[in-house]
Design a protein around this ligand. Structure first.
Ligand SMILES: [Zn+2]
Length: 347
């Protein structure tokens, strides 16, 4: 979900359906499988008659399937607009929508809970879907909710959205900026035990550092950029990025123009700048892609939606990135995290 509420929830109508990518349009995927760690598409579909297969949003199955392979994290996000008491309802409705759509389009997309299922889905030319939750508000202070989310197939959770919940403060709680609460500490430990990825996008800086000390597993920043290049608070400082490297984590570049460039105007070149900066600072092994599709109101120039993710790699190829390095950024680093967190969990 995008930082600003007024742009985070767009009013979509049926007139948007099928306007984005004609069937015959070829996607130059550079032979790469893509793994994108964040989109808000399922929450955006809620309350509409649109579907996940073909729509006018930023992302749909039809366009993802034009790539060699696609691994997409789908976030069921809390929606502060409806108030905290609505957090569980909203997330459950989004997860329910996902399962209903996954059943209808089961020939084209599959929910994956571990690497073997991802491999199988990709071999069958299906989109490999990873279910995530954005906003630990959904737990409402109860670990059993976390465990049930795991049983439902959720494999990644953003601890907070922008505001305080029972786990920690969010990044917009500037005056207090509190870290993990005792409950938050038990959540991180339980996520480690279950094998669920801890996502630190949106959390307060103090919360970030508390998790760095506590987590026994690698973490991700599923949709955050480098603050050195763009000063938005949603972006990570150099110290945070270095700690993410130390932790074995991955930082996935968000396409939101406000997070790419202080001017608020951005193009694909700005996505490349953040990738290059991150790769230079913490190494290519710690960089990925976290589009935030359908969570952001505007996209960078030249980026219409998922059909243009391949353009990022066209640009990297022009900069003489090897195929091996592009594979790391495109999917291998993220799949490595899934492997480590979900399969080698601490006992
Ligand atoms: Zn978000």
């Amino acid at each position: 979900m995008h930082c600003f509420l007024e742009r985070g929830f767009m009013c979509m109508t049926d007139e948007h359906i099928g306007t984005s990518c004609p069937n015959d349009e070829r996607i130059n995927d550079n032979g790469l499988i893509i793994a994108d760690t964040h989109c808000d598409t399922i929450a955006t579909l809620l309350g509409t008659r649109m579907n996940i297969f073909s729509n006018g949003l930023h992302l749909d199955i039809e366009r993802m399937r034009k790539y060699k392979g696609y691994v997409q994290f789908f976030a069921a996000c809390v929606n502060p607009y409806y108030g905290r008491e609505y957090a569980v309802k909203h997330v459950i409705k989004a997860i329910d929508l996902f399962f209903n759509q996954a059943e209808i389009y089961k020939d084209f997309m599959e929910l994956c809970r571990e690497p073997g299922e991802i491999d199988r889905a990709l071999k069958q030319k299906k989109v490999a879907a990873i279910l995530a939750v954005e906003g630990g508000d959904v737990l409402q202070g109860e670990l059993p909710v976390l465990r049930l989310l795991y049983r439902l197939g959720i494999r990644c959770m953003t601890l907070t959205w922008n505001y305080r919940n029972e786990i920690a403060d969010g990044i917009l709680d500037n005056e207090t900026g509190g870290g993990l609460t005792p409950f938050g500490r038990s959540v991180v430990k339980e996520m480690n035990r279950l094998g669920m990825i801890v996502d630190l996008s949106h959390v307060s800086e103090r919360g970030f550092w508390d998790v760095m000390e506590l987590s026994e597993a690698p973490v991700i920043l599923s949709h955050s950029n480098a603050r050195r290049l763009c000063s938005h608070v949603r972006n990570a400082t150099d110290d945070q990025l270095a700690a993410g490297k130390e932790n074995g984590g991955v930082v996935c570049v968000n396409f939101c123009p406000d997070f790419l460039n202080d001017s608020g105007k951005a193009g694909i070149a700005d996505i490349i700048k953040h990738i290059e900066y991150l790769a230079g600072l913490i190494g290519i092994e710690h960089v990925g892609v976290g589009s935030d599709f359908d969570g952001i109101g505007r996209l960078p120039e030249g980026m219409r939606g998922v059909q243009d993710v391949g353009r990022i790699f066209d640009e990297l190829a022009k900069l003489n990135y090897s195929q091996e390095d592009m594979e790391k950024i495109a999917h291998k680093n993220v799949l490595g995290i899934i492997e480590k967190v979900c399969c080698q969990k601490p006992q």
